[in-house]
Design a protein around this ligand. Structure first.
Ligand code: HEC
Ligand SMILES: [Cu+2]
Length: 512
């Protein structure tokens, strides 16, 4: 069986344990072992004429970041599909000048898009990154089984869990974290979608997109600058300062708008992670030719706005007949115009005067998300940068800024670094290298930024002494990284210069 071999080789290199698992599965189906997979055994054995799990060709699921969707499944037989999903807690942009510690499936909000076919046997691996602060799990609405996989996938930081299920029902399903407090895990970004393609596939379209809506309950009001915390009271009262598409304000506007050409057919897989707010999904200037209501397989036609519940989905299809900018909104419009639930589809191509003529997007109508608003945001960040540069070259301001950074950085140091490098920066002989007087630290500022953000392992020589250990990546915002390095570079007699937030952004971008 060639497909098995083809997908097996790379898989085996990465996951040498897979072969033994498949052997275990075979045992199970023949009625031998007990364990996580026990429930699937009888089911597979019973199904008349369908191959046993052990005989299925094996594939590793292609996972994509929003707004991208994995390619349609063209095979016409069932397979065993291996899904590897990693949970990571990361500081990301929520809006211009606003950051938030998101909890993610795959590093982004929404989580990676998963695509399987009706009848597939899915072996799910949930990996919780070692830098996570709390345990997580996953409840997939595509699972027929208690908790949708939640109990079987509860995973502590630095651990992996595995469970399996058969994708019995075709449709578009939400997945989300179901670890207490559940609304907090979801509000922090722990939701995504899994599409179970029907046996014969979905109708062919020219482009498919992945968009999800969710709320963020920040301590500060909408637009308040800086790193924001989660506000449990606002969550309980369902008063989100942010309602966004794809994890941030402006994720689908300006350069990041969805793109299409006149005459193409589009399908958008749209879901609501919530945790609380229902969406009145609408595209200004379009009519949905087809809506797969609530993500199921019944097709409804000629729809303007479709209601999508929290924890629910829809797939909409339409042909773009005229060029222009079409605006995706939650038609509860304060959410679109004041809280962020607004995206764009930019269609290019020849006009069709018969269908529509006249000016297209009203800049005032979509306010700060319009091209003018987008340009203003861009210009503002350029000016901010210029201002920072001008200020940095003023010696008095520079020295006060450095002092502020050192004090802030000390607090960051005391939440993490000191545990290994010691409060006096001396480290531990042969285990943790010193930061006080470190020639290694002094030599290369960018390298130091990379070490803090990405971690370090393998042999390093500091002040003539060899260390060969592992430092895990430190999950801090760009400001915090700049501050803590400025602190260590200007304490214990060190006089190694300063690190600013743009240095950190630059190094992070280089090491993506
Ligand atoms: C869990 C322990 C641990 C924590 C926490 C930690 N480090 Fe490290 N750090 C190490 C180890 C171990 C190495 C050496 C790694 C190697 O041998 O490859 C290292 C190396 C370094 C180096 C390069 C070597 C040197 O001494 O100049 C720098 C700089 C550094 N750490 C800075 C930091 C900063 C800043 C923080 C806090 C934001 C931090 N580390 C937190 C363990 C830690
Ligand atoms: Cu979680």
């Amino acid at each position: 069986m060639t497909p098995v071999k083809k997908h097996f080789t790379p898989l085996m290199q990465k996951y040498p344990a897979v072969r033994s698992r498949i052997v275990a599965l075979a045992l199970l189906v023949s009625g031998g072992a007990a364990g996580v997979l026990a429930a699937e055994g009888p089911l597979l054995a019973k199904s008349n004429g369908r191959p046993l799990a052990a005989d299925l060709p094996v594939e590793v699921a292609v996972l994509t970041e929003a707004p991208n969707v994995p390619p349609p499944i063209t095979r016409r037989h069932v397979a065993k599909v291996i899904v590897n999903l990693e949970v990571r807690e990361v500081v990301k942009r929520l809006a211009d000048g606003v950051e938030y510690t998101f909890w993610t499936y795959g590093g982004n909000v929404p989580g990676s898009f998963i695509r399987v076919r009706e009848g597939d046997f899915v072996e799910f691996h949930l990996n919780n990154h070692p830098t996570s602060k709390v345990p997580h799990n996953i409840d997939l609405h595509a699972v027929t089984g208690p908790g949708g996989g939640a109990a079987s996938s509860f995973t502590a930081p630095g651990h992996s869990s595995r469970f399996s299920f058969t994708a019995l029902n075709p449709g578009l399903y939400i997945y989300h974290c179901a670890t207490a407090p559940v609304p907090m895990h979801i509000a922090n970004g722990m939701y995504g979608m899994i599409l179970v393609d029907p046996k014969d596939g979905l109708p062919k379209v020219d482009r498919e997109f992945y968009v999800m809506q969710g709320e963020v309950y920040t301590g500060g009001r909408h637009g308040e600058q800086g790193l924001q915390n989660f506000d449990p009271m606002k969550a309980e009262d369902e008063r989100p300062p942010y309602v966004v598409f794809n994890g941030s304000v402006g994720s689908l506007v300006g350069d990041k708008a969805l793109q299409a050409k006149v005459g193409e057919t589009i399908r958008i897989y749209f879901g609501v992670g919530g945790p609380n707010v229902t969406s009145s999904f609408h595209i200004i200037g379009e009519i949905f030719d087809t809506v797969y209501v609530e993500g199921g397989t019944v097709a409804q036609h000629h729809v303007q706005t479709t209601m999508v519940p929290a924890g629910g989905s829809t797939a909409v299809e339409f042909k773009v007949d005229v060029p222009g900018t079409f605006i995706l909104v939650d038609h509860s419009l304060s959410r679109a115009f004041n809280k962020g639930a607004l995206g764009m589809l930019k269609v290019t191509g020849p006009d069709s005067q018969l269908i529509y003529s006249g000016k297209e997007v009203d800049e005032v109508y979509i306010g700060q998300a319009s091209d003018a608003g987008f340009a203003a945001s861009k210009r503002e960040s350029e000016l901010m940068l210029q201002k920072e540069k001008a200020m940095a070259s003023n010696p008095q301001i520079a020295s006060i800024t450095k002092e502020i950074q050192v004090e802030r950085g000390k607090k960051v140091f005391l939440t993490s670094c000191f545990a290994c490098h010691m409060a006096n920066g001396e480290g531990l002989p042969a285990v943790f290298p010193p930061l006080a007087g470190s020639d290694f630290l002094k030599a290369d500022k960018d390298r130091a930024i990379k070490i803090v953000t990405k971690g370090l392992s393998g042999p390093v020589t500091v002040n003539g002494k060899l260390f060969n250990n592992m430092m895990p990546p430190q999950e801090f915002s760009d400001d915090q990284v700049a501050d803590v390095l400025t602190f260590v570079m200007n304490t214990w007699g060190n006089d190694f210069g300063t690190v600013n937030v743009n240095d950190v952004k630059r190094v992070r971008a280089q090491n993506k």
